[in-house]
Design a binder for this molecule. Sequence first.
Ligand code: NAD
Length: 420
Amino acid sequence: MASDSTTVNPFETAKRQIDIVADLLHLDGGVREVLKSPKRELTVNFPVRLDKGDYHVFTGYRVQYSMARGPTKGGIRYHPQVTLDEVRALAAWMTWKCAVVNIPYGGAKGGVICDPKQMSKGELERLTRRFATEISPIIGPEIDIPAPDVYTDSQTMAWIMDTYSMQKGYSVPGVVTGKPISIGGSEGRGEATGRGCAYVIREAAQTIGVHVKGASVAVQGFGNAGSVAVNLLHDEQGAKIVAASDTKGGIYKPDGFNPHAVEAHKAKTGSVVGFPGAKSVSNEELLELPVDVLIPAALENQITKKNADKIQAKIVAEAANGPTLPEADEILFQKKITVLPDILANAGGVTVSYFEWAQDLQGFFWTLDEVNQRLERVMVKSYADTHKIAQQYSIHNRTAAYVLAIQRVVDAINIRGFYP
Ligand code: NAD
């Protein structure tokens, strides 16, 4: 599924997006420069002892993009293709995502160039503990709070939390989110992204007069975000889930299936493929099915100018980050398809990360119901705020979400003033 834009430098894309919004908001040159400049960047080269006894020097980055609205927040990814510009772009996008849902954070991101699939658990632990030590001068509950991202998980966060705590001499659970519940993680964090996505789909459907009860839904990527979103749409809103896919391919059953049964099939066989009673479809075909709601929940660059015209869904809800290319956005807008952009549709994850941090700081933990009710309030308000701007400026939801976010960051920059 390579795309025509995989070679584009993501930070150039991020800066272009800022310019588009800066034009709409008539921002002056100075503020533009601030918005396009990552505030703080740290590159670290550090040795890790491999199982065979020799040492390898790894390179890692932590970029804190903007602190105007609060401490910075963003994941750490382990991947062979990590670059500084990619980390900068991801840190910028985290800044806008936190601002769209109005949580008191700036954005950050981190990455280590490595191939975690080729590393043992011991090697990954040593890499994580050393990387955490290298970036420890600039992380902390009041400065910058990492979280899991590609090929990092709650275990990685537990190692970072422990390493940081050992250096301080006391436990600091609020230094990372996405931790196991036993050491200060939050109820509801695991399903927050899919749940948040289901809430904004419900809100958007109401706006455009689609009844979610009985609406057909296709999901590309039946993983954490995608499977939770469709389970909830099915269980709580009565939607008809008709298609799902993973790396091995997809399934389609026009009269609908129980997503929990598909989950059980995937747990047993390793894939959704072969689910009894469903036809096979490719990941490309899935995107073009005649459905009411399409949820890209796998990879970036899936909806391009080549297939955008063939999308039939009324709502495209981006559980994945960056599934739609800018030129495809325009086509979807012309076709009057409601796109729920990633920085809104998958912001439930960072929202419950914020709740996790707030609980850690208080040392007082909430029930699952309390977490979900607060998440619902945040997602409903964020959708309404975005929709209002889309109408006000006659723009699509993605640009509207950027306008909302960047305006909030600009307000913070201006009211704080330029130091000294
Ligand atoms: P995951 O690994 O749990 O699930 C990804 C799913 O996509 C898997 O089912 C996998 O088989 C499938 N997939 C991978 N490559 C595919 C391909 N080429 N074609 C079709 N399916 C493919 O990951 P996740 O946490 O659900 O994340 C999915 C997306 O959601 C990513 O873009 C991620 O950045 C975004 N996201 C996730 C969270 C979160 O909290 N989990 C938060 C924000 C954004």
